[in-house]
Write a protein that binds this ligand. Structure first.
Ligand code: SAM
Ligand code: SF4
Length: 322
């Protein structure tokens, strides 16, 4: 079992397989970074897998593959299959913008993927284009349909931004509900890579919009998940992720690994340690020691606050995987 320096059990590893992306979302990567990490600096799937095996053997039970856009990395299904074959009963999931999912969904399902989170910020082609700075909606919706068709469990992620897509909260919620998908509204997290002056809807504002049309009750959080859950009278549940409140930091169970091999204990802070040398030398003990060192130094909580929008993370979401 993995326990961090604040006594929290850590069982969830998010693995970013690339920082590259085919979208330019305003809140994440509005411009192509000045320089990408050169491809030769990325860990191979074999190297990432060596660390993942160590992490699983030490107590990780849930793994999410993310990015950048993870489907840009070829043979992702083979990587998923490697992880799935290592241990049965793992909770294995993927977060994607959905653009390349139509072609990949069946292979991913056959490789052992169970769940996929798909980002969908708008149902209007022009707004989706404004948000991602590319004409994306048709392909994303085709990706969603195919994921459902092949039997993946689909969750929608939406980041409502004032003046852009905030008026679509109910539409996107209903789109998800009608298709039997859950949905998470994520409060915009300020970071220095995002377009300036973006303002996200707060968790309370999202609730107020939904309350105009539906009655719902608060269920609370499920386990260590950061999402606050709410339930309609017909049993449908939606969630809101509210990092500005940081109550979920109390039982944060997650760490993050970047495509370059940096092991990151908290989404907000810069601190990280590299597992690259250890895994490239096949040094299993070295990788396990770094994992424990990172956990020892995992911060108690993030620093986004409700009162100060200037509290800005210098971590890029496309690097950490969100
Ligand atoms: N490219 C994939 C995608 O967009 O789903 C995976 C990586 S993306 C960094 C993971 C999640 O982080 C997405 O749901 C995205 O909406 C969310 N995200 C990115 N930047 C964010 C920000 N500044 N505030 C809140 N959520 C953010
Ligand atoms: Fe790419 Fe996902 Fe970031 Fe959008 S949120 S720019 S799709 S990594």
């Amino acid at each position: 079992m993995l326990i961090d320096g604040h006594g929290r059990k850590v069982s969830y590893l998010r693995v970013s397989v690339t920082e590259r992306c085919n979208f330019r979302c305003q809140y994440c990567m509005p411009e192509k970074p000045f320089s990408w990490v050169p491809k030769e600096n990325l860990l191979s799937f074999e190297d990432l897998f060596l660390f993942i095996k160590v992490a699983i053997d030490e107590g990780i039970t849930k793994i999410r593959i993310t990015g950048g856009e993870p489907l840009l990395r070829s043979d992702l299904d083979k990587f998923i299959e490697m992880i799935n074959n290592h241990k049965s009963g793992l909770d294995l999931a993927l977060t994607t913008n959905g653009y390349l999912l139509k072609e990949a969904a069946l292979k991913l399902k056959n490789a052992g993927l169970q769940r996929v989170n798909i980002s969908l910020d708008s149902l209007k082609p022009s707004i989706a284009m404004q948000m991602a700075q590319k004409d994306v909606l048709t392909k994303v919706q085709e990706g969603i349909d195919e994921a459902l068709h092949v039997g993946l469990k689909v969750k929608i992620n939406m980041v409502p931004i004032k003046g852009i897509n905030a008026d679509e909260v109910l539409d996107v919620l209903e789109y998800a509900k009608q298709r039997g998908m859950s949905i998470r509204f994520i409060e915009y997290m300020e970071n220095k890579f995002a377009k300036e002056k973006l303002q996200g809807l707060s968790a309370l504002e999202v609730q107020a919009i939904i309350a105009q049309k539906y009655a719902f009750k608060e269920i609370g959080r499920e386990g260590s998940s950061p999402a606050h859950l709410f339930e309609f009278e017909d049993g449908y549940r939606f969630g809101i992720i509210d990092p500005h409140k940081h109550d979920f930091c109390e039982d944060c169970n997650r760490i993050r690994l970047t495509a370059e091999g940096m092991l990151i204990p908290c989404l907000y802070f810069d601190e990280a340690m590299s597992i690259k040398d250890s895994v490239q030398k096949g040094d299993v003990q070295g990788a396990a020691d770094i994992l424990k060192e990172v956990l020892k130094n995992k911060p108690e909580k993030n620093k986004w606050t409700e009162d100060d929008q200037n509290e800005t993370s210098s971590r890029a979401f496309y690097e950490t995987g969100g």
